[in-house]
Structures are given as C-alpha cells and as structure tokens.
Design a protein around this ligand. Structure first.
Ligand SMILES: Nc1ncnc2c1ncn2[C@@H]1O[C@H](COP(=O)(O)OP(=O)(O)OP(=O)(O)O)[C@@H](O)[C@H]1O
Ligand SMILES: [Mg+2]
Length: 251
C-alpha cells in the first residue's frame, strides 16, 4: 500500500500575518470602526481554508483586504507566486495588484454584477476571452461549467439578470472560476443554494483543489465545511472588538 500513496508536497501560497483594518468614516466626524484585527493564517496550494464567524466579525473585509479592495492598516499578506517571487499584497503597488488579478488571484463576490443584454453564456465566458482564449472555446467551457452547476440549457442565451437568486449565484461562481487562477476567494458561495446545488458547487471546489488551486471561502454550514475544507479559521469578536470578553473565558 505504501508504494501507492501519493506524495503530496505542501507549497504555501499565502501567509496572512497579524492584519488589521480600521475604517475611518470621514463623513461621520472621522469615527473609527474596526473591521478586524490580529488575523493570521496561511494556505497551501490545493487547499481550502474556511473562514467562519458570526455576522459583522470581519470575514468579507478580510477577503477584500487580500484582494486589495481594502488596504490594511497593519500586518503583511505574503503571496507566493509560482515563479517563486513573493509579493506583499498589503503594500505592493496598484499595477502589481491589477497584474495578479488577471491570472493569479480571483474573487467570487456574493452578488452577480453583469451588464444587461449579455447572455449567461457570454457573461461566464468573458473572463476567459479576456485572457486570450478564442471565443468559441470559451463559450464551450462556459457551457460545461453551467451544466455542471445545474443551470438549464434553455437559460444559457438569456440575461442572468432575470434569473433566480440561486441561479445568479451559480452563474457568478462559474464566471469567477472559469479563467485559470492560483488563489480564489469566495464570499459565501453556497449562501442561497439548496442542498443539491450546494453539492454541485462543493464538487466544483473539490475539483479545483485537485488541480492545485488554493481557495479561501466564507462558509456558515459545518457540514459543508467538513465536506471541502482542509482547515478552518474562526474570526471571533475579539478580532473586531478589543473590549469584548468571551463568556466562555470568564466562566
Ligand atoms: N467600507 C466599510 N466602511 C465602514 N465600515 C465597514 C466597511 N466594510 C465593513 N465595515 C465594518 O466592518 C465590520 C465587518 O464587516 P464584514 O462585512 O467584513 O463582516 P462579515 O463577517 O462579512 O459579516 P456577514 O457575516 O454579515 O457578512 C462591520 O462592523 C462593518 O460595519
Ligand atoms: Mg460578509
């Protein structure tokens, strides 16, 4: 048996070290709101890290900090590229970020944003066309992905803006994962999906891990986490509220 065992070498892709985000609300007398603080974790290629924690604790903000929609106030976000160079996503220049977003780091947001009059198939194929893949081939891959996610073929040529919430969410996932990436961030990818559709998404995520893609996803459901996550990082209220005392610690 020993001889058959696959040797898995873990290669780190991201190292998040003690990051903190404080929002200053300029239009509100510069009130300060902590998004999160003292957050540290790392992820290897081919792994899925599940971020968990109660509402408002900073989960989405952490993904946005990695994707650099938000700039952190403190800490490092070291991204290990396949050419062995290392980039600190917390401090690197904007042009480097834009370059990384093209081929290396993807973000599946919670809601689909597409232009009207673009079909579901075109909306999903677009990110692949942008990387230089021929349109026909991109549409073909988009159809495969939509099929896998359980979207009926009769919807393919219709604008996804008319779709149900769960259908839009699946189109959004297909659009977010169609172009090759090394690290993909997913904000509640199964939030409004029934069991069967969730299962399809989880299978897709498992396939991506097999290909060596690293994933950081926000999940609430323990069963789903157990099904796909290699590790879990729980953001606690201590990460947003410094005066917060965990009642379990007090007892
Ligand atoms: N752009 C912003 N400006 C000001 N405050 C913000 C901003 N983005 C997030 N926050 C604050 O940061 C905190 C964390 O928000 P975040 O959206 O990251 O929480 P979450 O853990 O994703 O919650 P949920 O589970 O409800 O989605 C909240 O208190 C929120 O009000
Ligand atoms: Mg959120």
């Amino acid at each position: 048996m020993k001889g058959n065992r696959k040797t898995v070498t873990k290669t780190k892709i991201i190292d998040v070290r003690k990051i903190e985000k404080v929002f200053t609300l300029h239009e509100r007398n510069s009130i300060q709101v902590t998004g999160f603080s003292d957050v540290s974790f790392s992820v290897n290629r081919g792994e899925l890290l599940a971020l968990t924690g109660v509402s408002g604790v900073g989960k989405s903000s952490i993904l946005k900090a990695i994707y650099r929609t938000y700039l952190v106030n403190a800490g490092e976000i070291l991204f290990y590229r396949s050419d062995k160079s290392v980039v600190d996503l917390a401090t690197c220049g904007e042009s480097r970020i834009l370059q990384l977003r093209k081929r290396e780091i993807g973000f599946v947001t919670q809601f689909l944003k597409v232009l009207p009059r673009i079909s579901a198939l075109q909306a999903v194929a677009a990110p692949l066309v942008e990387t230089g893949v021929a349109e026909q081939e991109s549409l073909c891959q988009a159809a495969k992905l939509l099929n896998m996610l359980g979207i009926r073929e009769e919807l393919f040529n219709i604008s996804p803006l008319t779709f149900s919430g769960g259908e839009q969410q699946r189109v959004n996932i297909a659009r977010g994962v169609i172009a090759p990436k090394d690290l993909i961030l997913l904000d509640e990818p199964t939030a409004s999906l029934d069991e069967q559709s969730s299962e399809r998404v989880l299978t897709l995520l498992a396939d991506m891990k097999e290909k060596g893609i690293a994933l950081i996803g926000i999940f609430h459901d323990r069963k789903k986490i157990e099904r796909v996550a290699d590790k879990t990082y729980e953001i606690s209220r201590k990460n947003t509220d410094k005066s917060f005392q965990d009642i379990r610690e007090v007892a």
